[in-house]
Design a protein around this ligand. Structure first.
Ligand code: SLL
Length: 164
């Protein structure tokens, strides 16, 4: 198709990490996880309120720290409404490279995002640290809202970019 002039489409999404410390009560360590691993965590890309994004996002490559076995993970489109995600366990924080591959119809080049995996909650002092430890399950959420802009998108064949 040809480009639709003067049109810009914004596709909102969320990416980031959710981490939880291993704890016998709230998050028991599964068998086989190395002794030095302190947390389980997830890195993901998903729609707002779990709306489907697989019609414009085809796959996502997550590049993890090299200390992690098989550290480059390609995730193909999940079921609509489910996140593109990787579950892991570990002990350290690091920067994750997230590469987005768009639906072929959009003819957009892959785009790279960077996200820092956070395992430890932010606390200014011991008091805050203790308060955090008492509350909830110690989940550390680090999420970013982002909008992918498609400039002058190609005329959709089958309405791929038209859905709202
Ligand atoms: C640090 N610069 O020193 C960082 C590196 C690496 C984290 C953190 C290993 C997991 C695994 C893991 O958690 N690496 O062995 O599967 O803090």
């Amino acid at each position: 198709g040809k480009r639709v002039k003067g049109i810009q489409i914004a596709r909102p999404f969320i990416y980031g990490t959710t981490a939880r410390p291993f704890d016998p009560k709230t998050n028991p360590k599964p068998a086989g996880v190395p002794d030095d691993h302190t947390h389980s965590w997830t890195v993901f890309v998903k729609g707002i309120d779990d709306t489907d994004i697989t019609y414009w996002l085809r796959r996502v490559q997550f590049k993890l720290h090299e200390s992690i076995p098989n550290h480059v993970r390609m995730v193909e489109a999940p079921e609509p409404g489910k996140p593109f995600e990787v579950h892991e366990t570990g002990w350290g924080e690091f920067e994750i490279t997230i590469k987005l591959y768009y639906a072929t119809e959009s003819s957009e080049k892959p785009q790279t995002l960077y996200h820092f995996l956070k395992l430890h909650p932010f606390a200014r002092n011991e008091e805050e640290k203790e308060a955090l430890a008492r509350n909830g399950n110690g989940e550390v959420i680090s999420w970013t809202y982002e909008e992918q802009l498609f400039n002058e998108p190609f005329e959709p064949e089958g309405g791929v970019l038209e859905r709202s």
